[in-house]
Write a new protein. Structure first.
Length: 274
């Protein structure tokens, strides 16, 4: 089976929707691989994954990455890391650099998640260094941004644009940049029973998408939504929202298949409208 080109490595494929899943630290090793096998079976049978219209990736805990990358890669999907260190090698006990993530088959690196910012004290400087490390090692950074408190659309766009600028400007100062996936996750919605409203999500991401893609080297970058995202949401979102970054609501493979079906239906509707 031929695999879609890796956008992080300069491929020409331009998926029209992006669906990512983070397993966080919920699954053990065996369950992680069982989950990836289920996802691979779904992806192999899903026309919009196979033709590249949907870019699908899973971020497991690091011990499962090599086998997850192998399993998902045979199905036209991919895997990545939930975090990377900002240096590629050295005396940094317990850390894992982007070079090893790429060597293990990872194609994505999540950086800047709200939990990393809150629990581990990661600031804009660290997140920028990690973003640079992702680019340097041929990984697509999944850059998480989001305001802490619920407010106006304008306030959210201003806050999140500043987070994007801080990460990408620092990364650009250290070397070549590449395609970026920005995951908009308002912190007040992470883990909440319901996501932000579709109207709010669409309005914020419309502003972030325009800002991101106006930056040097980011014309092919896109913004997706996370923060209690699950089945039934993507069909309610505006066209600037490229897809979803999923957590616990996609830990059931059946729910993930439903979301992929909804993303495919949304793409078909957008083609008709165009």
């Amino acid at each position: 089976m031929s695999l879609p080109a890796n956008p992080a490595a300069g491929g020409t494929a331009s998926p029209k929707a992006i669906i990512g899943v983070s397993l966080k630290m919920y699954f053990g090793y065996a369950r992680t691989l069982d989950y990836c096998r289920d996802v691979a079976a779904i992806a192999s049978a899903h026309p919009t994954v196979q033709n590249g219209d949907i870019e699908l990736f899973v971020l497991p805990t690091l011990p499962g990455l090599p086998e997850a990358a192998r399993i998902l890669g045979t199905a036209g999907a991919a895997a990545g890391a939930q975090d990377i260190f900002w240096e590629d090698e050295g005396a940094f006990t317990g850390e894992v650099g982007g070079r090893i993530v790429a060597e293990l088959g990872g194609r994505y690196a999540e950086v800047g998640h709200a939990e990393r910012r809150r629990i581990f004290g990661e600031d804009d400087r660290i997140i920028g260094l990690k973003t640079a490390a992702a680019y340097r090692n041929g990984l697509t950074p999944v850059l998480c941004v989001g305001e802490r408190q619920q407010g106006s659309v304008e306030e959210a766009v201003t806050r999140c644009s500043a987070e994007i600028d801080a990460a990408l400007n620092r990364a650009q100062s250290l070397g070549p940049v590449g395609r970026t996936i920005v995951a908009y996750e308002p912190q007040w919605a992470i883990g909440a029973p319901e996501p932000a409203t579709p109207e709010y999500i669409s309005a914020v991401i419309t502003g972030l998408d325009a800002h991101l893609r106006s930056m040097p080297g980011q014309a092919d970058s896109r913004v997706i939504y996370g923060g209690s995202a699950g089945p039934g949401l993507i069909t309610q979102l505006g066209p600037a929202v490229a897809g979803l970054f999923l957590g616990r609501f996609a830990h059931d493979p059946k729910a993930l298949k439903t979301i992929l079906d909804e993303a495919a239906a949304r793409l078909a509707a957008q083609k008709v409208a165009a």
